[in-house]
Design a binder for this molecule. Structure first.
Ligand SMILES: Cc1cc2nc3c(=O)[nH]c(=O)nc-3n(C[C@H](O)[C@H](O)[C@H](O)COP(=O)(O)O)c2cc1C
Length: 346
């Protein structure tokens, strides 16, 4: 498979409990991983975040984040920035490359992003956030007239407690023409500490008349089913849960359809390792590909009893042959008890 621009119109975005998405994850949700997830029940995916300005002044690295192929659909391109003008220009640029759906990041707490007034910093400047979203909506409809391009916004609760900015700004974003919201219900100041506040997601669902996608602490298919039940969200986005088990999407579908899948076995994980490696090799010819597998394989092995030594060895793996050896050894391992939740931090 060769990364290329998308020339065919992308299918519409699904918003439904049994249509789980892959969340945007900088450094992880690349083309190979998106394809692996799609083959395992993922209904839609979001790119890693790209800087709206970086598209015009950026390195080749920025455009590499947007590598895709016709099978990588439906796909949402996520941008971050703080200026309506650049966000609109970015949408035009992306639409010219075949992208049809766009997401705006208003939740990233990383200081490098927030210091420029982007990401979660926009939750302290809701007027600007709404202006950026409005500019993106206008740009999307002008860039792809007649095609119903969709624009979403991904939010956190707010910058710091107690002010849940998302509940005030959500309805304003909907009024500005945004088609869906995603909420990771933690404050930016929390980083990834504490628990996601799914009650806040439920409140946002009630506050807006557009779909809300739930994110946050969806480590298993059971977590996602509980979150859907608790929040009334239109659907879920898996993030760290998918990094540990890319079949989590199929697990949720199975669970909701009343035919839950058995826990993953060594041979299941070996097959995932081999498929991930094949997809990385087909899409990324740089040394980065092998480095990515070095971190991915130990995550896949974590739930298997007796995998500790193999995991430690994989961190130092130097070749694709080493990856294959790890897959072969994984085949012999058995499923362990479910992860201890306190051991789940990324
Ligand atoms: C390594 C990593 C990278 C992330 N990158 C992005 C990103 O580029 N854009 C974004 O909106 N959220 C990003 N997120 C947040 C996730 O999309 C998600 O909202 C968050 O991890 C909560 O879900 P979880 O607890 O199920 O992992 C990232 C999260 C992680 C762990």
């Amino acid at each position: 498979m060769r990364p290329k621009r998308m020339d065919t119109p992308a299918p519409a975005l699904p918003f439904a409990p049994a249509a789980p998405w892959l969340a945007p994850m900088a450094g992880f949700s690349d083309l190979a991983f998106r394809m692996l997830c799609r083959e395992n029940g993922c209904a839609a995916a979001v790119t890693e975040m790209v800087s709206a300005k970086g598209l015009f002044f950026g390195s080749p690295g920025t455009s590499r984040l947007l590598d895709t192929c016709p099978e990588d659909a439906p796909l949402v391109a996520q941008i971050f920035g703080a200026e309506p003008d650049y966000a609109a220009r970015a949408v035009f640029w992306l639409a010219g490359r075949g992208f049809r759906h766009f997401d705006f990041n208003a939740g990233c707490p990383v200081p490098k992003v927030a210091k420029s007034g982007a990401g979660a910093a926009l939750l302290d400047d809701p007027d600007r956030l709404v202006a950026v979203a409005r500019a993106m909506v206008l740009a999307a409809s002008e860039a792809r007239p007649g095609e119903k391009p969709l624009v979403g916004v991904k939010l956190r609760l707010g910058v710091k407690p107690p002010h849940m900015v998302c509940l005030d700004v959500g309805p304003r974003l909907a009024e500005a023409g945004v088609s869906w919201l995603t909420l990771h219900p933690r404050f930016a100041s929390q980083g990834y500490s504490g628990r996601s506040d799914w009650s806040a997601t439920a409140a946002l669902v009630l506050a807006v008349d557009i779909p809300v996608m739930a994110s946050g602490d969806l480590w298993t298919a059971q977590d996602a089913a509980a979150c859907l039940e608790h929040t009334g969200a239109a659907g879920v986005m898996f993030a760290r849960g998918a990094l540990a088990d890319p079949a989590i999407f199929a697990r949720l579908r199975g669970l909701l359809e009343g035919r839950p899948l058995p826990p993953p076995t060594g041979p299941d994980m070996a097959a995932l390792i081999r498929r991930h490696a094949a997809l990385v090799r087909a899409t990324d010819h740089s040394p980065r590909g092998l480095l990515k597998m070095r971190t991915a394989v130990p995550r896949y092995l974590k739930g298997l009893a007796g995998s500790r030594a193999l995991r430690a060895r994989m961190c130092g793996c130097r070749s694709w042959e080493d990856v294959e050896l790890a897959a072969r050894e994984a085949e012999r391992l058995t499923a362990a008890e479910p992860h201890d939740p306190s051991d789940r931090k990324d």
